[in-house]
Write a protein that binds this ligand. Structure first.
Ligand SMILES: [Mn+2]
Length: 264
């Protein structure tokens, strides 16, 4: 059995990253795959980078917030919304060597494939060639997800992505992409598994009406020798109020908005 901790969307939240990492170690993760969005709009920068490097992920995918940072470092940020430009200048002002970091993350791919115990897995932040649109939201239909398995990716068993901050597990049937097919012959099904890993630092989902605080979300994926897979969606509690205290101390731009995203 191989156990991979797949994590993403830290968004400048070191407390959440620590909660995730200690849980994954406790659960015996063999490897780490990161699917993008390290910095902003949360308060942590350099210290977060050190903690991230310590995890040594074997996969590092470039998210849309990596592109924001690269654009900001290159002064190529005219197209970005004002709020993102302001957050990115906070991030680059607080990193020791933003140029070097920007160069490094510009080499991270948008899509990568891994084979574990024969199971073929595709990894991306969002779509394999576009890390920033809404195509893969929880409201999407099967035909909108098909790009995850098209062209060179048609032999993948599983597609795993991030970006929407909603832990999700669903199947798509490549032989039946439209809803409500009449008289469908189920023996023809070509089913593939699609997993979203949620967000470490800034989850958007509210799984029940009782769920109030934010937890550090990630996917612990167990893959057996026979190709069986067990996705464990983890939600790890940590002290949300510390996060906002830090945002105030560090004079984070839009700290009220950040506070509101934690329901504090
Ligand atoms: Mn994203």
């Amino acid at each position: 059995m191989t156990k991979v901790a797949i994590f993403s969307d830290i968004h400048g939240n070191l407390n959440a990253l620590k909660a995730f990492y200690s849980d994954s170690k406790k659960n015996g993760a063999d490897d780490y795959w990161f699917l993008g969005d390290l910095f902003g709009p949360g308060p942590d920068t350099q210290e977060l980078l050190e903690a991230f490097k310590e995890i040594e992920p074997s996969v590092k995918i470039r998210g849309n917030w990596e592109d924001f940072l690269i654009n900001s470092v290159h002064n190529d940020d005219k197209e970005l919304p004002d709020s993102i430009r302001i957050i990115e200048s906070y991030v680059t002002n607080h990193l020791q060597n933003p140029k070097e970091i920007s160069e490094n993350i510009s080499n991270w791919p948008l899509h990568q494939e891994k084979t574990i115990n024969g199971v073929r897995i595709g990894l991306s932040h969002n779509l394999p060639d576009n890390n920033s649109n809404d195509t893969l939201s929880i409201r999407s239909e099967s035909h909108e997800l098909v790009e995850l398995f098209q062209g060179p990716r048609q032999t993948l068993d599983i597609a795993i992505y991030a970006h929407i901050h909603h832990p999700t597990m669903r199947y798509i049937d490549l032989n039946c992409l439209m809803p409500n097919a009449k008289d469908y012959n189920y023996s023809q099904a070509d089913e593939r598994l699609v997993l979203n890993i949620g967000s470490v630092g800034l989850p958007f989902d509210k799984p029940t009406h009782l769920y109030k605080e934010r937890r550090a979300e990630y996917l612990l994926l167990e893959i057996g020798e026979g190709g069986d897979v067990y996705p464990h969606f983890r939600r790890i509690p940590y002290d949300n109020s510390l996060e906002f205290k830090k945002a105030s101390e560090k004079k984070l731009p839009f700290k009220e908005r950040y506070k509101n995203s934690f329901n504090l």
